[in-house]
Design a binder for this molecule. Structure first.
Ligand code: TXA
Ligand code: MG
Length: 318
């Protein structure tokens, strides 16, 4: 049975023995194992039924240890680390030999981030290895932002869930790498393009790919809840039809079948609520939910990215 608690020592001891612990981060909950132990990492892929071609992010305790796992670090990388670490930015860099191939799915690069959640920072500090962790959901499904979400999908498959409350950001980290020295965003997330460009100037964006994606988070259909999501205005308010909107309810649609990401129109709150609401909508046995995109700027771009993928037609096997 999977238990939930706040015992960092217990989590550390499970991880030292090659087990799996779900860790709280500011973005979403992760499913963590010792990143330097290939057998422990293999358990992650098995537990979330994730294809082994989809590489994992390594979570580190401090910026100094980056050179243990990454080499040929571009000059702009430390600027980003200084500004956004700890925080929701993942950097993709050429890997060192220390990083097992299973973590990177055989790629020559590794994804690294320093999470901003206090409990996970404390955990990382008492371990003498970093943690490989994808989001703690079944592959292709909505990421967890609360301990109970992890239990819903992974009970019995993870040894312990470290309870750190609700994830404060609620969207996964932004992923950035360098393609022929050009900084390139692979996944939109908790740090906005505008924030990044303020620090290092213009960046490229390569967040869509239907074949051979650099980051499978780029697959068109991902983050899929069970309920059928459709972007656009609802038809007549037939039974079984729901509506998810940014901040204002429709007047000509039943109130009790409408949900708002943020009544206040606060984009941070909307990001924080998004995955939670998709999960709740899933439980209501609705036939279809019509969704409104949020303003396409800042964090709104990352929210809309998730909404588009969650509503992409081909929702199987991603
Ligand atoms: O906020 C987050 O990033 C969360 C928390 C737990 O840290 N983690 C997370 O992991 O979202 P995951 O596995 O669900 O998504 C990681 C993404 C995947 O789309 C993967 O393909 C990409 O990172 N990735 C990992 N290594 C990569 C690499 N070397 N090059 C390109 N993309 C990579
Ligand atoms: Mg994920």
């Amino acid at each position: 049975m999977t238990t939930v608690g706040k015992d960092i020592e217990k989590a550390a001891s499970i991880l030292r023995n090659g087990g799996l612990v779900s860790i709280p981060t500011e973005t979403v909950y992760g499913l963590a194992a010792n990143a330097l132990d290939p057998e422990a990492v293999a358990r992650i892929f098995e537990a979330k039924r994730r294809p082994t071609f989809d590489p994992l992010i390594i979570h580190i305790a401090d910026t100094f240890s980056i050179t243990d796992y990454a080499r040929d670090i571009p000059l702009t990388a430390p600027l980003l680390m200084k500004e956004f670490w700890p925080g929701p930015l993942t950097l993709v860099l050429p890997k060192t030999e220390k990083v097992p191939d299973i973590v990177t799915s055989g790629l020559s690069t590794v994804a690294l981030r320093m999470p901003a959640h206090k409990i996970t920072q404390d955990l990382l500090k008492i371990l003498n290895f970093p943690l490989a962790a994808p989001s703690a959901n079944l592959f292709g499904k909505v990421s967890p932002t609360r301990p109970e979400h992890v239990i819903e999908q992974l009970s019995g498959k993870v040894d312990y869930v470290l309870d750190g409350g609700d994830s404060s950001v609620g969207l996964e980290s932004t992923i950035l790498g360098w393609k022929e020295e050009i900084p390139t965003i692979y996944r939109l997330g908790g740090i906005t393009i505008e924030q990044i460009e303020e620090v290092i100037g213009p960046v490229e964006k390569q967040t869509h790919s239907s074949s051979n994606p650099v980051a499978p988070g780029m697959l068109t259909s991902h983050y899929a809840p069970g309920v059928r999501l459709i972007i656009g205005d609802p038809p007549d308010p037939l039974p079984g039809i729901g509506v998810l909107r940014f901040c204002e309810k429709l007047i000509d649609f039943p109130e009790d079948r409408q949900w708002l990401l943020s009544g206040e129109g606060d984009i941070n709150e909307a990001a924080k609520n998004l995955f939670f609401m998709l999960r709740e909508l899933d439980k209501l046995n609705l036939k279809e939910v019509y969704i409104e995109l949020v303003p396409e700027e800042g964090l709104g771009m990352a929210i809309n990215d998730r909404l588009r993928r969650a509503s992409a037609e081909n929702t199987q096997n991603n």
